[in-house]
Design a protein around this ligand. Structure first.
Ligand SMILES: [Zn+2]
Length: 224
């Protein structure tokens, strides 16, 4: 048998093994559902499914209840747009937060990462993405009008732009700094420590703390 035929046969044998494992439509549905998670392929989804059904039905029930409740009830904070089941999230309604400071991030995961450092006591604004014309994401989708109104109305002293250091993040940060240049707020952007091309979510706490400490003011060019 040629090596190509051998590989082909081996692949086929794996496929039929999958089909045997998916003999129950409910199990098949669960495996397919788990595959919507980032980084979860067919094998991982099968492993999770079998673990929950064979060894941990209690956790399976807790997981399914928590998921159903969260999917049903979690929305966006009416102030900062982070995910919350309250109208206004716990950070925005906390009287101990510094209300003169707003940090702009791309996703709720960035807020969790920054909160984990314990070094930032201001408020947030979550863009829920970055400017991306090809995906139809413009200023309206990022809530930039609401951001501008907030910075103006709430007497914000400093806006820290913590967009990801990617091409899209840079473009978004530049657009926001242009939009906010007429307000009295000092604009800054987190700088060194965060790797270029990286995402805040994956940066460790110490690096993020340094990045915040080393933020610098953004220079906006005057229009001719
Ligand atoms: Zn909030």
């Amino acid at each position: 048998m040629s090596w190509e035929a051998l590989i082909f046969q081996t692949v086929l044998s794996f496929l039929s093994e999958d089909q045997v494992m998916n003999s129950s439509p409910l199990i098949e549905k669960l495996i397919e559902s788990l595959r919507c998670l980032p980084g979860v392929g067919i094998k991982s989804a099968q492993r999770m499914t079998l673990h929950l059904l064979e060894r941990d039905r209690v956790s399976a029930k807790v997981l399914s209840d928590a998921l159903a409740q969260a999917a049903e009830q979690v929305g966006n904070c009416d102030r900062c747009r982070i995910l919350t089941e309250e109208g206004t999230c716990g950070i925005c309604s906390n009287p101990r937060r510094d209300r003169s400071l707003i940090c702009i991030v791309e996703s709720p995961a960035d807020v969790y990462a920054i909160e984990h450092t314990g070094s930032y006591r201001g408020l947030y604004f979550v863009l829920m993405g970055h400017l991306s014309p090809i995906d139809g994401i413009g200023p309206a989708q990022l809530g930039l009008e609401a951001l501008q109104a907030r910075v103006t109305e709430e007497d914000i002293d400093e806006v820290i732009i913590a967009c990801n250091p990617t091409v899209e993040g840079d473009a978004t940060a530049y657009y926001i700094s242009e939009q906010l240049r007429e307000t009295k707020a000092v604009l800054s952007r987190i700088a060194h420590g965060v790797p270029v091309g990286g995402e805040l979510e994956y940066v460790d706490g110490g690096t993020l703390t340094h990045a915040f400490a080393g933020r610098r003011a953004i220079e906006v060019k005057e229009n001719d």
